[in-house]
Design a protein around this ligand. Structure first.
Ligand SMILES: Cc1cc2nc3c(=O)[nH]c(=O)nc-3n(C[C@H](O)[C@H](O)[C@H](O)COP(=O)(O)O)c2cc1C
Length: 323
C-alpha cells in the first residue's frame, strides 16, 4: 500500500491554493483512511499535497461491530459503517506533535457516539489538536453515527459555528474551517446549510461524504447498511459540488471528493467547481500509483485545453451539473 519511493508531483500548472493554503498539486486523501495519524509520512510519499486525518472524537471509540466494511469488487465500490473508530483526541495530538514534514494536514473533527453534548465534543477536539492542523473539517455528514443531534439543522449549525469561532479566538488560533457535506441532502436543505455557513464565515466546503442511496441492482451486498463510496457516488457528489459552487458564486474553495477513479473524473470535478480533490475508494482498488497517474493526466488535459493553471478551469462547467 505504501510505496518506498517518494513520488513528486510538481507540474507548474497543478500548483493551486485552498484559500490561504498553498498546494503543490490539487490531490489529497480524505478523512477515514488515516483515522489515527499513524501513516502520515507514508501517505505523503504517494505525491498528495494534503492529507485529512480522522475523523477524531474527544475520546477513543472502537466503532461498530465487524464486519463493517464491504467490497463490491465488480463495480469498484465500498460500503462502510465503521462508526468513527479512532484513538481519541489525546493520542492523535501526540502523533501530530511528532510530525514535522511540510505536507498540508487537515483535521476532521467529530463527536463520540455516546456523547451527551456533541457541540462540546467538536470544541474539545479542536482545543486538543487544532493547533497542529492547517485546516479543520467538520464532519456533520457521517451516515454511520446516530444523529439524535441533527447538526445540519440551521439553528444548531449556526450555534456550532459561532462556538467554534469563539473557541478558536480563546485558543489564540484561527484555522480555516471546512464543512463536509452529505450528497443526500434535499436541495432546500443544502441551500439552508450553505446560507448559514456563509453567514458564519466558514472558509469552504468538502463535497461530499458517502451516500446512503443505492443503485438498482440484485447484488445482495448493496443491502448492507452504511455509506456507499466509489463510482456510484460520483454523480450525486458532483451535483452537490456544483450546487455549492453556484450558490457561493465560486467565492469560497470547495474540496471535491466522491467517486473519483480516473483523470476524466478528476477533471470533471474541477470543472464542476472543485479547487482541490480527494480520493479514497479508488486507491483501494487501483493502488496509490493512481495519484501520479491522475496528476499527469490532469496536467496534460489542462495544457490541451489552453489553461495555464488549474485554477482557471475551476467551475467552468458547473452549470451542466445543475438540474
Ligand atoms: C472506510 C471508510 C471510512 C471513512 N471514514 C470517514 C471519516 O472518518 N470521516 C469522514 O468525514 N469521511 C469518512 N469517509 C468518507 C471519505 O472521506 C470520502 O468522503 C468518501 O469515501 C468518498 O470518496 P471516494 O468515493 O473517493 O472514496 C470514509 C470512507 C471510507 C470508505
Amino acid at each position: 500500500m505504501f510505496p518506498f519511493i517518494t513520488t513528486k508531483i510538481d507540474q507548474q500548472n497543478l500548483k493551486t491554493r485552498l484559500g490561504n493554503i498553498e498546494l503543490a498539486n490539487p490531490l489529497g486523501i480524505p478523512s477515514g483512511l488515516d483515522k489515527n495519524a499513524t501513516s502520515i509520512k507514508g501517505l505523503f510519499k504517494t505525491g498528495i499535497s494534503f492529507l485529512e486525518l480522522g475523523t477524531v472524537t474527544p475520546f477513543p471509540q472502537s466503532g461498530n461491530d465487524k464486519p463493517r466494511l464491504f467490497r463490491i469488487a465488480s463495480s469498484h465500490e465500498l460500503i462502510n459503517r465503521m462508526g468513527l473508530n479512532n484513538h481519541g483526541a489525546e493520542a492523535i495530538r501526540r502523533k501530530l506533535k511528532q510530525w514535522s514534514g511540510n505536507g498540508i494536514i487537515g483535521l476532521s473533527v467529530g463527536y463520540n457516539k455516546n456523547s451527551n453534548d456533541p457541540m462540546q465534543d467538536f470544541l474539545h477536539v479542536i482545543a486538543e489538536c487544532g493547533l497542529y492542523a492547517d485546516y479543520l473539517a467538520l464532519n456533520i455528514s457521517c451516515p454511520n453515527i446516530k444523529m439524535d443531534w441533527d447538526l445540519s439543522t440551521p439553528e444548531k449549525l449556526s450555534t456550532l459555528l459561532q462556538k467554534i469561532s469563539w473557541k478558536q479566538k480563546d485558543l489564540g488560533f484561527d484555522k480555516p474551517l471546512y464543512l463536509k457535506l452529505s450528497p443526500d441532502y434535499e436541495p432546500t436543505q443544502l441551500n439552508e446549510i450553505i446560507s448559514v455557513c456563509l453567514g458564519e464565515g466558514v472558509s469552504g466546503f468538502i463535497a461530499t461524504n458517502s451516500t446512503l442511496s443505492r443503485p438498482v441492482s440484485d447484488n445482495p451486498l448493496y443491502q448492507e447498511r452504511g455509506g456507499l463510496t466509489g463510482p456510484y457516488l460520483f454523480e450525486s457528489s458532483t451535483k452537490t459540488l456544483a450546487r455549492v459552487y453556484a450558490q457561493t458564486n465560486g467565492s469560497v474553495p470547495i474540496i471535491g471528493v466522491g467517486g473519483i477513479s480516473t483523470t476524466e473524473d478528476a477533471y470533471m470535478k474541477i470543472k464542476a467547481g472543485a479547487s482541490a480533490l480527494q480520493l479514497y475508494t479508488a486507491l483501494c482498488y487501483q493502488g496509490t500509483g493512481l495519484i501520479k497517474k491522475i496528476a499527469s493526466g490532469l496536467s496534460h488535459s489542462l495544457e490541451k485545453d489552453g489553461f495555464s493553471n488549474i485554477a482557471e478551469a475551476v467551475g467552468i462547467d458547473h452549470r451542466n451539473w445543475l438540474d
